[in-house]
Design a binder for this molecule. Sequence first.
Ligand code: TRP
Ligand code: SF4
Length: 406
Amino acid sequence: MNSKVPAQYRRVLSGMRPTGQLHLGHYHGVLKNWTELQQEYKCYFFVADWHALTTHYEDPSIIADSTWEMIIDWLAAGVDHGLADLFIQSSVPEHAELHLLLSMVTPLGWLERVPSYKDQQEKLKEKDLATYGFLGYPLLQSADILMYKAGLVPVGEDQVAHVELTREVARRFNHLYGREPDFEEKAEIAIKKMGKKNAKMFNKLRSSYQENGDHEALNVARALLEAQQNITVGDKERLFGYLEGSGRVILPEPQSLLTKASKMPGLDGQKMSKSYNNTIALRDEPEEVEKKLRTMPTDPARVRLTDPGNPAKCPVWQFHEVYSDEGVCEWVQEGCRSAGIGCLECKQPVIEAVLRELKPMQERALEYTEQPDLVRSIIVEGNEKARDVAKETIEEVRAAMSLNLI
Ligand code: TRP
Ligand code: SF4
């Protein structure tokens, strides 16, 4: 655990766009990670259907279908609704309000400079992405994250810039609206509420940090604040800010939790992705999986069985790296280079391992497919829990922006 993240914010949030069937790339790159995180943190996982709409606005029906299929895939992969809250972004309209309010303080240049803005427009040339919604995509993501005051956001490399933008937006928001005119007085009163001993300790730690840049003191002071039972959330936010020399920390800055690039290759050795047509879907029938693997390309040097090959030039080898133990890997290396084994023979352990991995997932997926009401109720419950948190944040944000008129 990164000690820089106060315990209060040990919440993890991540979203996934519903744009098609999930495959082994998603499983190894994202879902397995989620199933581990849910054991350790308070997790919120959601279907980013509004995000999908920014690029698929012309045919939104795909989004609706994919949403339920994707939730089934999550559950099948071991994401546990008892541990994590699962919800759908558009069921929590507070995300839209926060997006709107954040948009007031977000300079246009910050959005135009996010690398994915131009990259995606280039990549998806067939789509008109010169829209207001698409430009705002990363800010909508910021609203998702800040809504739950998430400290950690598991993302791939391509999304790190979005978390970085979120940090900047949060900083600006806190700077603009966390500076109450009587901030210092309020902070001093809050310190007294901690009791004599704690107040003294807090002041000492705060000076050590502010005067000597002592980061250890900062961490200890944060832990001290977290442990306080008898001060309000508002006072805690004041003191977190007071400690660091800023205003009230209404929206804490998140950190990205970079997911290691998945080693899972596609059938052709490139990254597994639907747009490359090289995927094994989590719910492909076993016969289909077997066929895909049997016909996947190998080192082109091995035209005949007697031609030696080089695993480094073969996508099957990358599968062995994910699925096979040392013994099998040695057998491949040796057999391939000496033409001692055939490619089909070499693929057999991979086929078995992939089928073994998929089997329990497919069984669980079938159970959920047969009980659509159950899946629906899981999401209804997750939506409600998410909304409870979202409403609290929105109340605070409105109050900070003087919008709590009635
Ligand atoms: N933009 C993310 C993606 O394309 C999905 C997403 C939306 C997200 N909101 C988020 C991820 C908030 C993490 C946190 O994969
Ligand atoms: Fe690839 Fe295995 Fe064939 Fe070698 S033997 S080319 S590693 S499939």
